[in-house]
Design a protein. Structure first.
Length: 444
């Protein structure tokens, strides 16, 4: 049974590599008939077919995708479409060449001129021709070699131009994505902050995970981490929108269920389809640093490590659904007792869904993560060193790069910071105190 051959797009030969046939379009107007294209020998299996145009209008009709190279006689009279007036008008040959380069930007071009016009020939190459030839020295072998050289040089020029454009786009995208990553607003707080972020997409700086931390004028520190389902560029853009909306709403005084309900409205308006949802975890730490309000929207519970005690997960049984799943959902705000000295780690599921074990079928999970963090804490790790060790070990257990986005946020408070600030700071009205009575829970 014969195998069908797919049809391919017709492209100029400047974009191809090995060709058995080349087509040359000669543009010249020689009323005396003294110029003729020399017979072109078949060199290395390459045969050259010739088309001839007497003016630019005729050349435009003959300039099809199968033309590989243009041989332009610079003595061709300039038409009205190429002629420029003024005292500093350029020679007709260069004006004609520029017109040809405009109408044939992806074709190789050879400039043809007289031997005494070497300066014009060099200027033609500077303007954009791949090479030049002298009319009196032209023979078939020289022309064939020049055509092949021009075609390959044009192909290399196009490839280099595309590579340069690709690099510029990559640099612009990198600057854009880097600018979209959050800058924590914690001025005046005694809490230490650290974060690590690894997008699942190859060669990307931003994924569907997002996080932020701000301190409001009343002294409350608000932290958030979330995850849009998926980890492509659309999910990354939606994650940035949700993060910015969260920061604006938090600075406007919203928290808890009211804030999450508003974020869900933002998600519903901005997502591409109704199947898109986002998980979220928010923590509001009181100015004295000893208590916090916790809201979970389908997100893994944070990990807390208190001084002299092993790390454990905060309660998560009363969390609400992910944003975007239920139109009238509610998210209870749980009051948590933190203590005098603690470390609070918030993370996305990319940290716990990596595979472990020799068969690679078992996942790390929250229990495995807690065990790993306790082991690293016992080794004296903290802050950024702890996050680096955690992300590195998860990758090693997975046997390579993680396919999902990973975001980890760590807030630390030690005893000395609490003592020095408690004597000097008044007790402002906190976000927890401002919450309605129905949202208050007994501390844990």
């Amino acid at each position: 049974m014969p195998v069908p051959v797919p049809q391919q797009r017709a492209v100029p030969a400047a974009e191809t590599t090995h060709v058995a046939h080349l087509t040359l379009l000669v543009i010249e107007d020689d009323p005396a008939g003294t110029f003729t294209v020399p017979e072109l020998p078949a060199a290395a299996g390459t045969r050259v077919r010739v088309r001839t145009a007497r003016n630019l209008t005729e050349a435009g009709r003959l300039l099809t995708d199968d033309v590989d190279c243009i041989l332009l006689d610079l003595a061709l009279p300039a038409g009205s479409e190429t002629r420029t007036g003024g005292q500093d008008a350029e020679p007709d040959g260069l004006a004609t060449l520029k017109h040809v380069l405009r109408i044939a930007p992806r074709h190789a071009v050879l400039a043809l001129t007289a031997e005494d016009d070497a300066e014009l020939a060099a200027e033609a190459v500077r303007v954009g021709a791949q090479d030049y030839l002298f009319r009196g020295e032209l023979d078939g072998r020289l022309l064939t070699r020049a055509i092949r050289y021009a075609v390959e040089r044009k192909r290399a020029d196009i490839a280099q131009h595309q590579l340069t454009e690709s690099k510029l786009r990559a640099q612009e995208n990198a600057r854009l994505e880097r600018g979209l990553l959050p800058t924590p607003l914690l001025q005046g707080s005694n809490l230490r902050f650290a974060a690590r972020y690894r997008p699942g997409r190859s060669r990307a700086l931003l994924g569907g995970d997002f996080y932020d931390t701000v301190r409001t004028p009343d002294g409350t520190v608000h932290a958030m981490i979330g995850d849009v389902c998926g980890h492509g560029p659309d999910e990354a853009a939606l994650g940035v929108e949700l993060r910015i909306a969260w920061r604006a709403l938090t600075l406007a005084g919203l928290c808890g269920d009211e804030l999450l309900s508003t974020l869900q409205q933002v998600l519903e308006h901005e997502r591409e389809s109704e199947e898109i949802f986002a998980t979220l975890c928010t923590v509001d730490i009181t100015p004295d640093g000893r208590r916090a309000g916790l809201c979970l929207a389908g997100h893994p519970a944070p990990l807390i490590a208190r001084h002299g005690r092993p790390a454990r997960l905060l309660p998560y049984e009363e969390g609400g659904p992910a944003l975007g799943l239920l139109p009238r959902a509610r998210w209870p705000r749980l009051q948590v007792e933190l203590g005098a000295a603690w470390s609070l780690m918030m993370y996305t599921d990319g940290l716990i869904e990596g595979r472990v074990g020799p068969t690679g079928t078992q996942r790390l999970g929250q229990d495995g993560m807690v065990e790993m963090i306790n082991r690293q804490l016992a080794q004296g790790l903290s802050g950024e060193a702890l996050l680096d060790a955690a992300v590195t070990e998860v990758r090693e257990l997975n046997g390579g790069e993680l396919t999902d986005d990973v975001a980890v946020l760590l807030l630390d408070r030690d005893r000395s910071a609490g003592r020095t600030r408690s004597a000097s700071l008044p007790r402002p009205r906190t976000a927890a105190a401002a919450a309605p009575a129905s949202a208050q829970r007994p501390p844990l």
